[in-house]
Design a protein around this ligand. Sequence first.
Ligand code: SF4
Length: 335
Amino acid sequence: MLKKGHQQWLRRDGQANGVAARSRTIARQKMGCVFMKSLPVHQMSLSEGLRRTPEFEKKGLAQFSVNVGVKCGHGCTYCSSGSLLRCHPAFKAAGESPFRHGYCIVDPDIPDKVARDAARRRSRGMVQLCTTVDAWCPGAQQYDLGRRCLEAILREPGWTVRILTKNAAVVRDFDLLEQHRDRVLLALSLTAPMGNEELARVIEPHVSPISERMAAMRQAHKLGLRVYGMLCPLLPGVAAGAEEIEELVAFVKDCGESAAPVVDSQPFEAAVARYLDQNNRGVALKDIKAGPTIEGQTATLTASLHHATMGGPAVTWTFRFEQDADGTWKAVSHK
Ligand code: SF4
């Protein structure tokens, strides 16, 4: 029986709006909880779609995060999210312990909230998808949350996305990643070398096998997607030996490391156009040669420019930008 005040966290209908049929495998449905194969999936409602993530910002990884729920269906035995989120009322509402595994709590409507926040926020940047749950875990797949959140973010200019998942189901969304290849970074977290795949299955019961994660990484690289390596956690007995780590690092390097941050160039191209127009320069942007590189509220971009109407020989300029309080980038000088 739900207590008053907890009911808001638990939806009763068990239905997802606009969910692609391909990802629906609901076997059984009860009040506020559906079962995906043998995995109970509870529904809840988060208030925010996009939120600031100071921890990831401090590490230079992302300024914002999207989480699709509070309990990941992958059920990794080492997962620390249960401890981090243990006081969240959704656990009590679902009648589950945050420390137990084998179930999932997601917000089927999170893509709508992400879309709302992505459009509303003036200050934009890199979004980590996700930090405390996996947007492609079995319960999230049921509502196509990974893809729908990605679409919601990428629909708005100025946002870039860093995907981190342990589920090879993300390959079904590579078509979307290909359309935005300059705005998305992808990693399938690797936690063991191939030789320890069976061992990894014990501690990560609902995660894609290592071989499938590696195959997804290779496929992403082949398609020209931007791939980065995430070797975490490297547990004793599973992947803590020097040889095991070297094997994983070599694999990631083969997939093509991508150290450069991904930045959407569109707002900067628009700022250059405004700058050239306001200063009657008579030239137009031809190609971007380097950047944009963002440092706090300033940025630089090097581009070749040619005559605005006749084309012809190009010159190379480096522009400097400043960000307004409303998040708009403005070109302020060039050399
Ligand atoms: S994939 Fe990540 S968030 Fe999900 S259970 Fe495993 S460690 Fe936790």
